[in-house]
Design a protein around this ligand. Structure first.
Ligand SMILES: Cc1ncc(COP(=O)(O)O)c(C=O)c1O
Length: 375
């Protein structure tokens, strides 16, 4: 090829590594000719969506020939009623990844800095680098930290703030570690951040968290005008395939995010499904309970086998096998079980396993046991 298009790309994009998703079931079926594959690789909800969502999607009146409502009025109205924020404080995204990207495009550019933690969610570096901004990555808390191993070290994050800092990303809980910050520590951190630095608290898993001192950050929006809270319908609401997420912020920030938002970024079925999902709190509670029991199951299984795991409040658990996890991952694939290697996060000995139904958890554990029995 006469032209090296890599050299034509903007500098940040040249250095990017694409996001590595979990292996799709169909891909493993094609590769190994297996059927009945169990995927616990992308922190999806094994319970599937509410029956209210299924009913809404069977509506004969879904207008596929027309553009969706670009303002997502029905969904914003329902969110605003449920959360007690005004519609003008909500920004809808094609998944919360889309919202994270809008934040980067609205507040970052070459010469500006963003801070996030080591082991933090992989989309932050992509969004930051793509707009040419500089990433400042704080060291995570040490592996042997008694409260929060692998967690965000807020003092280290604070120490990276300079007059070039524009955005700080905090995942609470974080993926892939499952670590989290309590209300007191997060509140005092945000209080110490300069008012002109945007703090993003990414709460993709917040509905799963049962800890009583987990923060209710949305209550802080008045107190901290520089706060953006992001959430998603991909996790407990089980709508990952439809792509809907949202940000809550002060009105001015929401106005800015909506300026960079692609028109019609959330499609019509997704708007209907997300709105219906909000009507089924009982389903959310059932999913949360099953997840909490699943976490207990995995904790006990790890303790019994002497596997170190990172304490988690999400719908996944990350286990340290104290050896290269890639061969374990490959053997599990041959058993028809897909989990997530996370060497790309700097954790080559760990595997992240999404909490499944009781039967799925047992199936995955049986496959792991086979790996260790067969050496
Ligand atoms: C911490 C975190 N934030 C955001 C997302 C993005 O989710 P989505 O774009 O599906 O809303 C994920 C997905 O795994 C995540 O783990």
């Amino acid at each position: 090829m006469a032209i090296d298009f890599f050299k034509l790309a903007v500098e940040g994009v040249q250095g990017l590594h694409p996001y590595q998703p979990g292996k799709p079931i169909e891909e493993l079926e094609r590769e190994l000719g297996l059927s009945d594959i169990l995927k616990l690789a992308s922190n999806e909800n094994p319970m599937g969506p509410s029956t209210k969502v299924i009913d809404a999607l069977h509506e004969p009146t879904i207008e596929m020939d027309l553009y969706p409502d670009g303002n997502g009025f029905i969904l914003k109205k329902k969110l605003s009623e449920n959360l007690g924020v005004s519609q003008s404080q909500i920004t809808l995204g094609n998944g919360s990844n889309d919202v994270l990207d809008m934040i980067a495009r609205a507040f970052l550019c070459a010469g500006r800095e963003a801070i996030y933690s080591e082991y933090a969610f992989a989309v932050y570096p992509i969004s930051v680098q793509a707009v040419g901004a500089t990433a400042k990555v704080s060291k995570a808390l040490p592996v042997d930290h008694e409260d929060n191993p692998y967690g965000h070290d807020l003092s280290a994050m604070q120490a990276l703030i300079t007059d070039k800092t524009s955005v700080i990303f905090i995942a609470n809980p974080n993926n892939p570690t499952g670590t989290w910050l309590n209300a007191e520590e997060l509140d005092s951190f945000i209080a110490g951040v300069p008012d002109d630095v945007v703090v993003v608290v990414d709460e993709a898993y917040f509905e799963y968290v049962t800890e009583s001192d987990y923060p209710d950050t949305q209550q802080w929006l008045d107190k901290y005008p520089n706060l953006i809270v992001t959430r998603t319908f991909s996790k407990i609401h089980a709508l990952a395939g439809l792509r809907v997420g949202y940000a809550l912020s002060n009105e001015q920030i929401a106005d800015l995010l909506n300026r960079v938002r692609q028109p019609f970024n959330v499609n019509t079925p997704a708007l209907l499904a997300a709105t219906a999902a909000l009507d089924d709190q009982a389903h959310v509670e059932t999913c949360r309970d099953i997840n909490t029991k699943g976490v207990k199951f995995w904790r006990a299984a790890c303790q019994y086998r002497g596997w170190d795991y990172i304490p988690t409040v999400g719908n996944f658990i990350t286990i340290d096998f104290e050896q290269d996890a890639q061969p374990i991952y490959q053997t599990l694939l041959r058993e028809g079980v897909i989990v997530r290697p996370i060497a790309n996060y700097g954790l080559p000995n760990h595997l992240r396993i999404t909490i499944g139904t009781p039967q799925q958890n047992q199936q995955c554990l049986d496959a792991l046991d086979k790996v260790f029995v067969n050496g």
